[in-house]
Design a protein around this ligand. Structure first.
Ligand code: NFS
Length: 657
């Protein structure tokens, strides 16, 4: 499954060029390490339990044959835990880690929002008043003739409270279709608060606590929902209010956005509060003059991973690359500073940077790296912190070596398709709605909608799974919405410009894209913004004609190149919200048939959504299309599509005559 020694490691030419440069210069990187380390097959299948010191206990399935009943009985850890319990426990811990990460991000945003409202974080402001007011209305915060700041204080307190809440239900659950809320209550998985579900997950999976795999995995849904409808949604909503709700804009992506004659600063990680200030500080006239005094023509800010998505969506800051390109950006020899906050930051960066002049600067007390420089970011003195970091980068320009090579590869991309934007684009400024989308789904021009999200993983060919899957989907008239590193993969491949519709999309989807002027693949944001997909799906239900629950919609989700625990949390909340979701790369419960059956089959009976695993991206795309067709049939709109297809065939026949 993993690309072999002589196999191509990426389909992206910029990445291949830098892998080669790294090899020539003897520079360590993830591609090279992945070749040396084979994944532990027992751990990969979820068959290793390391939660107590009686083990780690390994309970692998026999390879290439069915296990006997006797073997099955004996396949247990020292405490007697079955392979099902072990696989379920490991899976739930991944969900908890993912939920904790998104939750911690959301919490930081909620507290910053409160600080801004109380005047304690100068430099930040409330940028989207309309979103502030509509969220306040949604959550029952009094508006009247109160100032934005007064409203924001109440709203901020309410949202901060969601993290530590001990009882009741998360406030945002009420945004879901009513039927969905009832399903959650029926299975006891409506989260009470965000932190409490993560803490209970750690307790339940401790040695000797919950040892019923159904029960564990059902609880996993509660934790996942605390992410999607809790931490992630709070993060997205607040970021929109304080940094602005994204709207479409043109930018560029890939290592070619780095500039040979400027100071290059890469912002990498997930939480945008520092990057927002770096964008300001790096463009101040005094700072540019300072850069010029050091021999540079200016200061070039570029992004990596989800901080990049945040800055792209709101400011058009170009993206240098996705997850697997982080070390390779340094290999160009042209990066003065790699400024990181939290999550998806490889420790290997420090080692790679040692081979060049690049400074890796950590900025968050929660995420330090041995060998990196730490410059603590202080939100209460944000612009001063940002200036100090930019100055450190500028000072480093004179240390650049002679081994600079920036790949000549970059692509145009349009980003900024927030839920609000899609609403306006489709329905117009004055009667924003999802009606035209629903109508085009009902008449069959658009077959359905797919969310293709998640990471890169060196165990697969970089960006290839995404590209094959997305192209197959749009060719079959499925509109694709993307976040995270997969959005970047499509951007690099030129799928996020309107012209891509004519070239790659099926005739129905292409006709809608051309009429509205949108690409067939929409960039919706960072991974935390997968919450926008939940809101979009709910808006489709509420607009009518496509059933009364998310599970009725002709939609599907996928993460063809996932690697992070956050991806598992996201998948679990999609499935528990009623969405069929297929993952590629590897599947962490295959060592237990029962646990896997629960996730792949039982969940559909319970929640209307289920997981699937398919490493072949084209086959996975067809699983999504089949699911979409199944839902179209159940809605009674499959006939409309047949007519559209018939019309096209007729047209082609006519053209051939
Ligand atoms: Ni998502 Fe974004 Fe990328 Fe994966 Fe990491 S950056 S939060 S986890 S690797 S998509």
């Amino acid at each position: 499954m993993s690309p072999g020694k002589n196999e191509i490691k990426s389909i992206d030419p910029a990445t291949l060029e830098m892998i080669e440069k790294a090899a020539q210069e003897g520079v360590p990187n993830a591609f090279e390490r992945a070749e040396r380390i084979s994944p532990c097959p027992i751990g990969a299948d979820g068959n290793c339990c390391s939660i107590c010191a009686m083990g780690p206990c390994r309970v692998p399935l026999p390879r290439a044959r069915e296990e006997t009943p006797e073997e099955k009985k004996r396949r247990r850890g020292v405490c007697g835990a079955t392979a099902e319990t072990i696989a379920a426990r490991n899976f739930v811990r991944k969900i908890a880690a993912g939920t904790a990460s998104h939750g911690d991000h959301g919490r930081v945003m909620a507290k910053l929002f409160l600080d801004i409202a109380e005047g304690k974080a100068p430099g930040y402001q409330i940028k989207d008043e309309q979103k502030l007011l509509s969220l306040a209305l949604d959550l029952g915060v009094k508006i009247g003739d109160r100032s934005n700041e007064e409203i924001a204080v109440d709203l901020g307190k309410l949202l901060v409270n969601e993290f530590g809440k001990q009882e009741g239900e998360l406030l945002f659950l009420k945004r879901a279709p009513l039927k969905r809320q009832e399903i959650w209550r029926k299975w006891g998985i409506a989260p009470r608060g965000i932190d409490i579900e993560v803490a209970e997950a750690m307790h339940r999976t401790h040695m000797g606590t919950d040892q019923e795999y159904h029960d564990l995995l059902n609880f996993g849904s509660k934790v996942g929902l605390a992410d999607g409808w809790g931490g992630s949604m709070i993060g997205t909503e607040i970021q929109d209010i304080i940094f602005g709700t994204p709207a479409p804009l043109l930018s560029q992506i890939n290592l070619g956005v780095l500039k040979e004659d400027e100071v290059n600063i890469i912002i990498h990680g997930h939480e945008p509060q520092l990057a927002e200030m770096l964008a300001v500080a790096s463009q101040e006239p005094e700072m540019i003059a300072y850069a010029k005094s050091k021999g540079a023509k200016g200061i070039n800010l570029a992004g990596m991973c989800c901080t990049a998505n945040e800055m792209l969506m709101r400011h058009g800051v170009p993206i240098a690359g996705n997850f697997l390109q982080q070390e390779l950006a340094i290999v160009t020899g042209a990066v003065e500073a790699m400024v990181v906050d939290v999550q998806c930051i490889m420790q290997g960066l420090a080692d790679t940077a040692n081979c060049y002049h690049t400074k890796v600067i950590t900025t968050d007390a929660r995420a330090k790296i041995q060998g990196a420089v730490h410059m603590q970011f202080d939100e209460h003195h944000a612009i001063e912190s940002a200036r100090a970091i930019v100055r450190a980068a500028v000072d480093n320009f004179v240390n650049r070596g002679s081994n600079v090579r920036i790949p000549n590869h970059k692509a145009d991309m349009i980003a900024g398709f927030s839920h609000e934007t899609i609403n306006y684009l489709l329905g117009g400024m004055f009667r924003a709605s999802y009606r035209p989308l629903n109508d085009n789904i009902i008449n069959g021009r658009i077959r359905g909608v797919a969310g293709v999200v998640g990471c890169n993983n060196p165990r697969t060919i970089h960006d290839q799974g995404n590209l094959l899957m997305v192209k197959e989907l749009i060719k079959n008239d499925v509109l694709v919405l993307q976040t995270g590193c997969m959005a970047m993969a499509s951007g690099k491949a030129g799928l996020m410009v309107p012209e891509a519709a004519a070239e790659f999309a099926g005739p129905g989807l292409a006709s809608v894209c051309e009429a509205v002027g949108i690409p067939p693949v929409l960039h919706v944001g960072a991974c935390i913004d997968n919450s926008r997909l939940l809101i979009a799906a709910t808006a489709m239900v509420k607009d009518g004609g496509l059933g009364d629950d998310i599970s009725d919609l002709p939609v599907a989700g996928a993460a063809p190149e996932w690697m992070s625990e956050k991806a598992i949390a996201i998948g679990q909340y999609f499935v528990s919200s009623g969405v069929f979701t297929v993952f590629g790369t590897t599947w962490p419960t295959v060592g237990s048939k029962e646990a896997t059956e629960f996730l792949f089959k039982d969940m559909e009976q319970m929640y209307g959504g289920m997981w699937a695993f398919e490493p072949d991206p084209v086959k996975a795309a067809h699983m999504m299309i089949d699911h979409i067709d199944k839902k179209r049939k159940a809605l009674g709109i499959d006939k409309a599509r047949e007519r559209v297809l018939y019309d096209m065939a007729m047209r082609r026949e006519l053209e051939a005559v």
